[in-house]
Design a protein around this ligand. Structure first.
Ligand SMILES: [Zn+2]
Length: 443
């Protein structure tokens, strides 16, 4: 491991002017995870299926675990509907009679077919997207040609009915979602209609990302427009580029150089990473045993740099690869038993914490009877508002410490003093732009 002080990018200034002089006194770091825990876990759910909210959410609420739910806004009443933006369907369909699908018309055709009004047509869009993303481009073109042949012959009906909207099963309302955010959960975008973004043309790709964000902002507030999950876990370069311009954080990919990202398909063991942080995504699909799922949690607290991001889908038979409520209960209870080591937080909060920690500049001055710590960050304080945990070393003669943030109305806080091989220290929470904080011995 490299020197953690240099990696932190934290500036220390020691001005020792008294008998407090000691190598570590005043030394202040931001702990890797909130409250100096050993690891972080985010419980994320995709597709906004109803049982995530009626079955999984109450279990999490009982344990005080916040979740992140990536929802398709097009399913929720009151939102903008999914649609194809472009030339009339008939014009596109007629053209396919005389010209094969190629790189110039593929994105338009692959975008349009998904909105022609039947489940089978959506299937053509989805499968063409899957082929395209796995590099089978000419097979994707052929499949689109097949689909349009069926549209031309009338075998596939064309209708204006929007089959994705007004879901008969997933009836969660914006009022419900608003109430879930008040419980501490993160509700975030999974696009409007769950398309294969990699095969949408520019205007439709942007519409799916921007309009779902606009609806989340309108019904839930700016806070929930922080992160997105582009469907099918895509890492398509063109999609990532667009998505990053619209959302500050993607669960699909995190390009931070200090973070290793092991996606759901990765077989690498997180413990082998040399990086400061490892985001380890695991999908607890239906046939993954409870033993394996628990071993992921055990792996977390065997190291100090792992952020386990669990990606759940269906619950109690509704949604893809479902788990039962009983299984979730057992699994979450297992995490609860280890909560002393694990920070369970939303995807947004962990992302913010890591970025706040990496951007913060800290200095500390040791005076006769107190330590003054100054913290600042160039991140937008309206967005980056997750408290970070500071660890400051204090003289061994101190019995307890009093924390004074200097802001009016804040009563000074009494802090316990902990001991480590490096010396005596206190832990406390601040915002990344907190400014000056004083620690004084409490006699
Ligand atoms: Zn999905």
């Amino acid at each position: 491991m490299k020197n953690s002080i240099t990696i932190l990018g934290i500036l220390f200034i020691f001005i020792s002017c008294s008998n407090l002089k000691n190598d570590t006194v005043g030394n202040t770091i931001i702990t890797k995870w909130q409250d100096d825990k050993k690891s972080a876990i985010s419980l994320t759910y995709d597709d906004g299926t109803i049982n995530q909210f009626t079955v999984a959410r109450p279990i999490m609420n009982r344990l005080s675990f916040p979740g992140t739910f990536y929802i398709n806004t097009g399913k929720v009443n009151g939102s903008v509907r999914g649609k194809f933006i472009g030339r009339p369907f008939q014009e596109i369909i007629e053209e396919t009679a005389s010209s094969k699908t190629n790189q110039d018309n593929f994105f338009e055709r692959a975008s349009a077919i998904g909105f022609t009004g039947s489940d089978e047509a959506i299937g053509y869009h989805t499968r063409a997207g899957s082929l395209f993303e796995s590099g089978k481009v000419s097979e994707a073109y052929d499949l689109i040609d097949d689909g349009y042949e069926k549209l031309r012959s009338g075998e596939l009906p064309i209708s204006d009915e929007i089959i994705f909207h007004n879901s008969k099963i997933d009836t969660t309302t914006w009022e419900d979602f608003k109430a879930y955010t008040a419980e501490g959960h993160e509700i975030a975008s999974h696009t409007i209609t769950h398309p294969r973004l990699a095969v949408l043309d520019e205007v439709n790709l942007q519409y799916e990302l921007e309009q779902s964000k606009a609806d989340i902002r309108k019904f839930l507030g700016e806070k929930y427009t922080f992160s997105v999950e582009c469907p099918y876990g895509t890492e398509d370069e063109r999609v990532m580029e667009y998505a990053y311009k619209i959302y500050p954080a993607l669960r699909n990919r995190m390009p931070e150089p200090y973070l290793d990202e092991l996606n759901r398909s990765s077989n690498r063991q997180p413990g082998t990473s040399e990086k400061e942080y490892v985001q380890w995504q695991r999908g607890p699909l239906t046939d993954i045993s409870m033993e394996v799922m628990k071993s992921w949690v055990d792996t977390c607290y065997a190291h100090d740099n792992i952020w386990l991001v669990l990606v759940f889908h269906g619950v109690n038979g509704i949604g893809w690869e479902p788990r039962t409520g009983e299984e979730l209960e057992e699994y979450f209870n297992y995490m609860k038993e280890k909560e002393a080591y694990l920070w369970v937080a939303t995807f947004a909060d962990v992302t913010k914490y890591i970025r706040e920690r990496k951007s913060a500049v800290i200095s500390s001055i040791v005076r006769d009877d107190k330590i003054v710590v100054n913290i600042s960050s160039d991140l937008n304080s309206e967005v980056y508002d997750v408290p970070i945990t500071l660890k400051t070393f204090v003289p061994e003669t101190w019995k307890t410490a009093m924390l004074d943030k200097g802001s009016e109305g804040d009563n000074p806080l009494i802090l316990d003093i902990h001991k480590s091989p490096l010396g005596y220290f206190v832990l406390y929470s601040v915002l990344p732009n907190e400014g000056k904080i004083s620690l004084v011995e409490q006699r």
